[in-house]
Write a protein that binds this ligand. Structure first.
Ligand code: NAD
Length: 423
């Protein structure tokens, strides 16, 4: 198939490469010229395992990037993968989606073949049916039977995104008629995953509900973990026992300093904001967010209880990315943690295997180090914020600290000196 992927960010780039790997002809359409140039010269604009090799394999063959929407006219499918960032009230900004829909419509004007416009971005329920569809039809001048619409949410995890693309738990396809759903199903031929066909709006809601439930599990584990610590009980033992129940699963019950990333905080806020707009009170979603906001404060409180006042104390922060195997710092728990340390007058030295540069652009006034040991040198305390596997081997490196006060926010350390945030 010929596929135009609109947006060359995390989701667009991974999807485009995955679809190229499945044998399709793929064009990435992107408004950021620097990303187009990087992709066309086989350089990945983001870090993701295996991505660089795949770019080199497909670019110039069955994959290219462009600033122009021209390829949409000759494509079977347009896959919308642009961002839906949060507005100040927490609701999702769908302006990038609408702008992409307008341009897709214009590019489809002279297209004589059936074309499917599929939304992969996370969008509020009703967006594909009530916003994307009318905008594409208006700008293309086409009748509803000439263009199909689908909603195909993405469930990838950054850091393991390509693995997730090739081995998804499920493929959800929302549509209004069978032809569009069949084309999207055909696009994924070659993947062995259950396909759930549903309505456009249910597919949109499935994505929000999935992320909200995963975030709820984490906040639940954190709240129970905070209580476990009061009883000197290891919350990881507790959650191991809880996760063995066949009605649950052992995943996403990892207590720690909370969830970050470009999806969970934004999607839970968007769902809560939607609930308010629709006259429902999102008691549970609000609590999930509150617990998550509180965990970084818990970490600072614990540190301060061990070190005394933080003013002029040197604190090493290990891990800046929101999770391991990515350079993405969006909503990383390291951000509120570093800001709280600075507000208390601490001197912060930080290290992350991949995310130093991104954090430097956001918080320039701390010391960035090229390895953990340099960050730990003469430190009065250390906070471990990201679950990078290399941190689990740290042991002697802590001996260069002035005081070996080490708070683990991710249950990654093996050294005996470390104290867990809620274990
Ligand atoms: P991103 O910000 O990394 O990428 C979006 C890209 O779209 C940017 O490169 C931007 O320049 C481009 N863009 C914006 N408007 C455009 C337009 N009109 N035409 C062409 N390109 C345009 O975002 P992302 O992380 O890839 O997320 C995209 C969507 O997927 C969001 O709705 C997000 O919630 C959802 N999602 C993200 C993840 C994830 O792990 N990042 C996982 C599942 C779903």
């Amino acid at each position: 198939m010929k596929i135009s992927v609109i947006g060359g960010g995390y989701v667009g780039l991974i999807s485009a490469l995955g679809l190229a790997e499945l044998g399709h002809d793929v064009t990435i359409i992107e408004i950021d010229k620097s990303k187009v140039d990087l992709i066309n010269s086989a350089k990945s604009p983001i870090y993701e395992q295996g991505l660089q090799e795949l770019l080199e394999k497909h670019i110039g063959k069955n994959l290219s990037a462009s600033l122009s929407y021209e390829s949409v006219g000759g494509s079977d499918v347009s896959l919308i993968c642009v961002g839906t960032p949060p507005l100040p009230d927490g609701s999702a900004d769908i302006s990038y989606i609408l702008s992409a829909a307008e341009k897709i419509g214009e590019a489809c004007k002279d297209n004589s073949d059936f074309h499917v416009v599929a939304v992969k971005s996370t969008v509020p329920p009703g967006t594909t049916k009530d916003s994307v569809k009318p905008v594409v039809l208006k700008h293309s001048g086409k009748e509803p039977e000439e263009i199909g619409f689908a909603m195909n949410p993405e469930f990838l995890r950054e850091g393991r995104a390509f693995e997730d693309f090739l081995n998804p738990d499920r493929i959800v396809i929302g549509s209004e008629e069978p032809k569009s759903a069949e084309m999207i199903e055909m696009m994924y031929a070659g993947l062995s995953a259950p396909v759930l066909k549903t309505s456009l709006t249910a597919a949109e809601m499935i994505k929000y509900a999935s992320n909200a439930l995963l975030a709820t599990k984490i906040s639940f584990a954190n709240e129970v973990g905070n209580l476990c610590k009061r009883f000197s009980v290891d919350v990881y033992d507790v959650m191991k026992g809880v996760g063995m129940d066949h009605r649950l699963s052992p995943h996403f019950l990892n207590a720690g300093c909370g969830f970050g990333g470009s999806c969970f905080p934004k999607d839970v806020s968007a769902l809560a904001s939607l609930a308010m707009k629709m006259g429902e009170n999102p008691y549970l979603l609000n609590a999930v967010l509150q617990v998550n906001e509180h965990q970084p404060e818990k970490m600072i409180e614990l540190l301060e209880a061990r070190t005394g006042p933080l003013s002029q104390k040197k604190i090493a922060v290990l891990g800046l990315a929101f999770k391991d195997f990515t350079d993405d710092i969006r909503e990383s728990r390291a951000i509120p943690i570093i800001k709280a340390l600075l507000a208390k007058g601490a001197l912060v030295s930080a290290y992350d295997p991949l995310a130093n540069e991104h954090m430097k652009a956001l918080i320039p006034k701390i010391t960035y180090c090229t390895d953990a040991k340099s960050a730990l040198l003469n430190a009065d305390g250390c906070l471990v914020v990201t679950e990078w596997p290399e941190f689990s081997d740290l042991n002697e490196e802590f001996h260069v600290m002035k005081d070996q006060i080490i708070i683990d926010g991710r249950r990654i350390l093996r050294t005996e000196q470390a104290e867990g945030i809620c274990w």
